[in-house]
Design a protein around this ligand. Structure first.
Ligand code: AP5
Length: 218
């Protein structure tokens, strides 16, 4: 099964992708996570991506399309995957389409999560991520048991550089200019599911699962 998560920064794409990955035993493929790892490791890709990410802009299409091509060729993607944070531009969507055709695969469902702007800001400024395992928390909505310590691995939690308020504004503007239009692109192709990201994480997850089961039974 191949799924795409769409939605603005902080909508809950990563949170839901992780739950779906556990439920369906297919990998979450997050371009943001892959790029952050490359930046942390100081690789050539990381050096190229860093300034774009720090400013809240998008990393050039060619780089991310190549990342996805390599990642989707990995053995763990053979039975499906959940794309989280990709595609983000029309060129990326078209690049993905070509790659899927070459692999003989289709997208089964595009899940678009919508959340009001004010809620997004507080989600991002309150988000804390584990430096070691990447687990995501929120200071108010899903806090760790011990302040600044990951429940899962004991690693330390940090505020992402791009979760500072000035960068968040630019990320929203970039989403509006370049990524929001993908809704129309995928609505036209069918298998598109829009869901409000306001509400309990588990309730949103169950609604997404219900939609997936309904298309799987068709
Ligand atoms: P990326 O890491 O993809 O960031 P993003 O799309 O901005 O999305 P986020 O990770 O911020 O949010 P999310 O929707 O996953 O929310 P989450 O589940 O964490 O990209 C970062 C940067 O990398 C980009 O700006 C760009 O520079 C570059 N990049 C990445 N992909 C690229 C691409 N394809 N092309 C070009 N450049 C690319 O939730 C947020 C918080 O809310 C968490 O604390 C969570 O606990 C909480 N939360 C989640 N759901 C709920 C709920 N229902 N109720 C209350 N709190 C909730």
């Amino acid at each position: 099964m191949q799924l795409i998560m769409l939605g603005p920064p902080g909508a809950g794409k990563g949170t839901q992708a992780k739950l779906l990955s556990d439920r369906y035993n297919i990998p979450q493929v997050s371009t943001g996570d892959i790029l952050r790892k490359a930046v942390a490791e100081g690789t050539k890709l990381g050096l190229e991506a860093k300034s774009h990410m720090d400013s809240g802009g998008l990393v050039p299409d060619k780089l991310v399309i190549d990342i996805i091509r390599d990642r989707l060729a990995d053995a763990d993607c053979a039975n499906g995957f959940i794309l989280d944070g990709f595609p983000r531009t029309r060129a990326q969507a078209e690049g993905l389409h070509e790659q899927l055709q070459a692999l003989g695969k289709d997208i089964d469902l595009v899940i678009d999560i919508s959340v009001e702007l004010d809620d997004l800001v507080s989600r991002l400024t309150g988000r804390r991520s584990c430096k070691d395992c990447g687990e995501v928390y929120h200071l108010t909505y899903s806090p760790p048991s011990k302040e600044d310590i990951c429940d899962k691995c004991g690693g330390s939690l940090y505020l992402r550089d791009d979760d500072k308020e000035e960068t968040i504004k630019r990320r929203f503007a970039v989403y509006k200019e370049q990524s929001a239009q993908l809704k129309g692109y995928y609505q036209d192709l069918g298998a598109f599911f829009q869901i409000s990201g306001n509400g309990a994480i588990d309730d949103i997850f169950e609604a997404i699962v219900k939609e997936i089961e309904s298309i799987s039974n068709k």
